[in-house]
Design a protein. Structure first.
Length: 427
């Protein structure tokens, strides 16, 4: 708490309302508006655009300058020197692991990769063409029926066991959603593989083709996609997880709620929208026409994957992802794929065209991750499920942080604009 104060003057009040100002480590300080309630007022902030609903030590974003920190470490450094599981440990525990701690953590995650056989029966209840996100919402929520032994949210050890289980099982469950969607047999995890290799093995392997070698360039790209989506501060899905968790709900249902929020096209569906946009453009010869439409404010068409609500500069995750995208396309020899040629041409326009540069509509992480997953052979229906797999550690770290400190049940207020009291009509 700083010594600075803010004073709110309201017509009709005898004196200004004194408000404390809380000091942040980085970024904006926060005005504590709780005393306003004692004067019979609420504050009005649609979309919580200027409201800090919680205090956190996990992730910091400076959208103006394109900065993303996890526990103080820049995302570019984590992407270059770390990997997804080490970043998971960092988000959960606050510090990077020692070599021994890293080995132990990876061993724990491997131990939890399998799911109960009854989960297979659960999947069989879904229609053959069920969307992977619909299945993932249901199956993750249902995990609470399998782990009665560790659902005490007030026990730190139970919370950590749950974190390990979720991080380990999400790739398995996401791959099962894919296999059910395309009608292939499920593949069991192979614990001799890395986290990303195992996911690709379960996605693309079949019982007919055992010991299929995983391309290291693709595995590295997949690990990077998980890492770059691991956490992103208090976004819609993370806030949903915290809000659900504030009621004392079990962690699996909280993560299921986060998956449901992520499914929205305005949030986690953005990289799928990129591929749908490329399909809509259809051919390189149509690019100029669509770019012209994108510049027309009266035309509903928008270029997806350019610009970001948070980052008013270049998305720091996109800088890293661009390099990996080029590596994947080169490795697979897909530089001449018609759809990907459209993507690369759009990228060039966005980086050079005065309109996009002036408005800072640079390619974002969704643009590059969508191209990479298309190149790897992942269907667009799976894009958001993969996003959810990577984001699970962020959700569970934020949930655990909330439960580790004093908290209140979330209860947003409203500005009521309905009828005043009126009598029921006589009959």
């Amino acid at each position: 708490m700083s010594n600075k104060k803010a004073y709110l003057t309201i017509d009709g009040e005898d004196a200004p309302i004194e408000l404390n100002i809380k000091e942040s480590t980085l970024g904006q300080d926060v005005i504590d508006i709780s005393p306003v309630l004692g004067h019979n007022y609420f504050t009005y902030d649609p979309g919580y655009a200027t409201t800090a609903a919680t205090e956190s030590e996990i992730t910091y974003i400076d959208g103006t300058n394109g900065v993303l920190l996890h526990r103080g470490y820049p995302i570019e450094q984590l992407a270059e020197h770390s990997n997804y599981l080490e970043t998971c440990y960092l988000l959960l525990n606050g510090e990077l692991p020692t070599k021994a701690e890293s080995g132990e953590f990876e061993s724990i995650i491997r131990m939890h990769t399998m799911v109960n056989r009854s989960i297979e029966s659960f999947f069989s209840g879904f229609r053959y063409d069920a969307h992977p996100m619909a299945m993932l919402c249901g199956v993750v929520g249902a995990l609470s029926s399998f782990y009665h032994d560790s659902l005490d949210i007030n026990d730190p050890q139970h919370r950590m066991i749950t974190a390990h289980r979720l991080i380990a099982k999400m790739p398995t469950l996401a791959a099962m959603c894919h296999k059910h969607f395309i009608g292939q047999p499920y593949m069991y995890p192979d614990n001799s593989l890395s986290y990303a290799e195992n996911f690709l093995h379960m996605m693309f392997g079949t019982p007919c083709d055992r010991n299929t070698e995983i391309n290291p360039v693709l595995a590295k790209a997949m690990d990077l996609i998980f890492l770059l989506h691991a956490d992103h501060e208090q976004n819609a899905s993370t806030s949903t997880v915290r809000l659900a968790g504030s009621s004392g709900a079990n962690p699996f249902s909280c993560i299921s709620a986060g998956i449901a929020a992520l499914w929205g096209p305005a949030h986690g569906g953005a990289n799928q929208a990129v591929l749908e946009m490329l399909n809509q453009i259809g051919d390189e010869k149509n690019i100029d026409e669509y770019v012209k439409r994108a510049k027309d404010k009266d035309d509903p068409f928008r270029l997806m994957g350019f610009g970001h609500r948070v980052y008013k500069n270049f998305d720091p995750r996109a800088k890293v992802m661009k390099k990996t995208c080029d590596e994947v396309l080169g490795e697979l020899g897909l530089e001449n794929d018609p759809l990907l040629k459209i993507a690369k041409r759009l990228e060039q326009i966005a980086l050079e065209d005065e309109y996009f540069v002036e408005k800072k509509l640079y390619p974002n992480v969704d643009f590059y991750s969508g191209i990479i997953m298309k190149a790897i052979g992942i269907p667009t229906e799976m894009f958001t499920a993969i996003f959810a797999t990577g984001r699970t550690v962020g959700w569970i770290a934020q949930w655990n942080e909330m439960l580790s400190n004093p908290y209140r049940i979330g209860r947003p207020r409203q500005l009521y604009r309905g009828y005043e009291p009126r009598d029921y009509p006589a009959k």
